[in-house]
Design a protein around this ligand. Sequence first.
Ligand code: BGC
Length: 750
Amino acid sequence: MNEVFENQIADLIRQLTLEEKIALTIGRDFWSTNEVARLGIPAITLTDGPHGVRKAFQGNEIGIGNSIPATCFPTAVSLASSWDTGLAEEVGQALGKESQALDVQVLLGPGVNIKRTPVGGRNFEYFSEDPLLSGEMGAAWVNGVQSQGVGTSLKHYACNNQESERMSISSEVDQRTLREIYLAAFEKVVKKAQPWTIMTAYNKVNGIFASEHPQLLKQILKEEWGFEGVALSDWGAVNEKPKGLVAGLDLEMPGPSNNHTEKLLKSVEAGELPEAVIDGAVRRVLQMVLRATASRQPGATFDQAAHHALARKAAAESIVLLKNEEDFLPLDPAGLSSVAVLGQFAAQPRYQGAGSSKVVPTRLDIPLTELTGWLGEAVKVTYADGYDETNSIDEKLISEAVEQARQAQVAIILAGLPASFESEGFDRTHIYLPESHNRLIEEVCKVQPNTVLVLQNGSVVAMPWLAGPKAILEAGLGGQAVGGAIVDVLSGQVNPSGKLAETFPLKLEDTPAFLNFPGEAGEVRYGEGLFVGYRYYDKRQVKPLFPFGYGLSYTTFEYSGIALSKNTTQAGETLEVRVTLRNSGARAGKEVVQIYVRPLESGYTRPTRDLKAFAKVELQPGETKEVSLNLQERDFMVFDSERQAWRMEGGRYQIEAGGSCEQPAQKVDVTVIEDPQSARRRFSRATLLKHVIEDEAGRAAAIELFAGSRVANWLTGTDEMFLAIPIFKTASLGGISEEAIDNLIANLNR
Ligand code: BGC
């Protein structure tokens, strides 16, 4: 534990009664912790997060849609597309300032769950399908918020990758996938930013509730990763409180919970639950409370206009240009006489997700108003709804829009996913836009070749009309200033530099979890294993609609001269990758340089490539920069389930640099030298004879043990069928004693 306050906490624990201690492990109400007035321990406030501060008005307990106005920044789906950790930190700082101004001590975010399937209802609240991008963005955000003396809550730990049966489903996932995919982003944030709290998920992981999971909470989070903060439950995620505390849970939210208080009292009194376990939780809670109280800034305010401007910058940086035929964009109003703006989202934008994260914005930029203002009086702007909130096709609305499109020089359509299509609490069943949106796009494109489509959606969508529009902008759920940000990009004021943080598939049937979602009989099997997102499309060679990391620009970039600081690397070393990037177009712009590591040989089933580093680089026209990124041992590692340990597997690897996972523009090889001891297999009763004799010591020991038995012949023979027998079978098939087999294994593992 952090040493600050340590003596004070020890002192307080000595004075607290058991009842008071228990109270400190349970919320006082929906949004605050319990106080102990006689000892001067105050209550603190925790609220949602993550893309804005949602502080409920007094008396309005839950407060969704009815909270104190706060800046609505782009949601995680958008912010992640910026691939800009500096920007994530800046947004975090602003959120920290707003939290101080609203007297909030812990902001509940960020969400770093992996987007396992594009239909996940809460995908808008999560960053990516990739753990590195999620972890880097999450860590920067946490550092930003916490720099203001406000805590964060990293959520939802772990494997909360669907909304279907989210409070009871068991995510069945193998240990390697758990470590390499589902825990990796949490690990990165914990190690890089030490969030004050982590929120345990509602669901079970391999049969055990996440809020009562000793492996996840005690062993991995606290012991292995060195998490110093409070493990708190998602709202209502606690089932058996004593079990939770023993497993490493510290704080139950919300409260009060009379049942749990009583249960804990009885368990301690009956000697079933050591009071020391409660003390451990209280120590962490007190650390958070004291730290939060010391950092409080009574009377703090924030600059609404500056935060709105930051929200606009963040939204513009996050917009992804998916298509731009004939360099149609940017548009110059000077060359235009009439523009038809179509689609109800132009007047009523979709800019944030639905559910607990929904904030009341301080103001809202309306795209139609922003577009009209930018185009100016010389351009005739018309507007038609095209569709309404019923989402069913209204021929009259469509024909009105089509007529306007026909008469204008350019049509700009705003379409996307309404809140009724995606939200916390349920998953989607398909990846289509509403039929009314699809029809509008199709019909308008038939009459107007100069159509620009702007999408507002929190998760990926299928694009049956892709050939229609000349240009497509993916604006995600861009927050309260997205209207202005759309203009920034359409006008070229901002050169788009967003890159997809998730793969856009052609159809739902192509997606990795399609056969194993949403599970049955209370379990969802993560049958695709490591092959989530681009790892799946790459390995299976399934062509996506748009790959991970993809995004166009109004300029062009050229990669050249990839080089490594050395051509071999090993544990404990840093490998520097340098690549030269040139802006070969006519406009200033930013490129996201992505570094992937591709194992060329391996004893494991590994993804074709994994993202291991990235950097966003700004270049003037004609400018050249050398970009330098570092790779560490972990970037070459697999989690070996047999050894229950990370392993930097020796062999040849290719380091790739490029602008998306499908375009490794530059490649160079490196050899990882592995210490023979770490490369050595871990032996178990299930190890095959052929693997035993591949090992020098194993061979010698086996020859000795099996001498005189029929197993000896199998060992010296070449018959694969006999060599493929596991050691434990030499008992029944070869008459070897169980004890001798166990001794052999123990000796080899020594
Ligand atoms: C959500 C959390 C949220 C909490 C408090 C839960 O239902 O899963 O993300 O922080 O409610 O609103």
